[in-house]
Design a protein around this ligand. Structure first.
Ligand code: PPE
Length: 309
């Protein structure tokens, strides 16, 4: 998805011009993929742009770094404020925010211990990640041949940059085959997640999701919000359970959740329609409440909305 530049990018404590936010080709993370990042969205709210669960996202950035042994040379509060600065500088009402901590220039070789850690935060306008049509009518998924990387090989709990090779391989396979998104299974054949989204299924009226740590899925902040919304709307507590691909074929409803993707109904999996192939009642209700919540329009979720001004 093509980028639309904004004015400034925060780099190691300073706001630099978009075009000047460059790095050396011998930047360590570019070679070995050891870095951590976040994806966060700001939405228009009364009183200016509001960042959805900003502090929780920055907390996860620190957790990912902790898991991967990367020491971020800033505090949580500093990166929260820096993210707000970037949004404010952009003048945008709605945008996607990308904090990134990576191993910088100066060392080579696989031992990352001596490397310095650099931090950047950018933002840009980003429309519907899986398309407006996808949000409205659902996306077509394909179970791909690449298994989700095993938690014994890579710490799937961390949002690490290099781990996304797995997602990119899956995405390319699905897109080339004419689908909107890939669904990754574990090496044991259980449903894990999309390339950048968690997954929910409705079966016999009950909302189910795979247990993240078992299936190597990221613990999504959108998924966490959605679980609370589902419970509060009276659809019951979401139950964590292992799912097979056939559970999706037989589901009444299914949807994906993620910061970039937001809430996206699944119309079909492997060319089998999910339910009647149209967004279901629970999916619709969750979408509606989520899009209100992110704009600060639901009183009980106002703590999720962190205003920039
Ligand atoms: N699983 C994966 C693998 C993942 O990357 C994401 C976010 C999620 C689940 C959902 O997590 P959360 O955003 O906290 O609800 N993927 C980010 C990266 C997308 C990209 O293309 O880059 C995102 O949505 O920002």
């Amino acid at each position: 998805m093509a980028l639309t530049p904004t004015k400034k990018i925060w780099m190691n404590g300073e706001l630099v011009d978009w075009d000047k936010a460059t790095i050396h080709v011998l930047t360590h993370s570019l070679h070995y993929g050891l870095g951590v990042f976040e994806g966060i969205r700001a939405y228009p709210a009364s009183g200016g742009p509001a960042v959805f669960r900003l502090t929780d996202h920055i907390k996860r950035l620190f957790t990912s770094a902790h898991v991967l042994g990367i020491e971020i040379p800033y505090s949580l509060g500093e990166l929260v404020e820096a993210s707000k600065d970037v949004v404010r500088e952009s003048g945008l009402e709605a945008c996607y925010i990308r904090p990134l901590a990576y191993l910088g220039y100066g060392e080579m070789g696989l031992n990352p211990i001596p490397c310095k850690v650099d931090v950047a935060i950018a933002c840009w306008p980003w429309g519907a990640y899986l398309g407006d049509e996808g949000i409205a009518n659902g996306v077509r998924l394909k179970v791909c041949s690449w298994a989700r990387h095993d938690p014994r090989s890579l710490p799937t709990a961390a949002k690490g940059t290099g781990m996304y090779v797995n997602s990119s391989l899956a995405k390319v396979e699905a897109v080339r085959a004419g689908y909107d998104e890939a669904l990754l299974l574990t090496t044991e054949g259980y449903v894990s997640e999309g390339t950048g989204e968690n997954l929910f299924v409705v079966k016999r009226g009950e909302v189910l999701t795979p247990p993240s740590s078992t299936v190597g899925a990221l613990e999504g902040i959108t998924a966490d919000s959605v679980r609370r919304i589902i419970d509060d709307l009276g659809f019951g507590r979401v139950r964590e359970t292992l799912l097979r691909r056939t559970d999706l074929y037989m589901a009444e409803e299914a949807f994906l959740t993620g910061t970039a993707a937001e809430i996206v109904p699944i119309a079909s999996v492997d060319d089998r329609s999910v339910g009647d192939g149209k967004p279901g009642q629970i999916t619709r209700a969750v979408q509606e409440q989520f899009f209100k919540a992110v704009r600060g329009e639901v009183g009980q979720y106002k703590d999720w909305v962190e205003r920039v001004d």
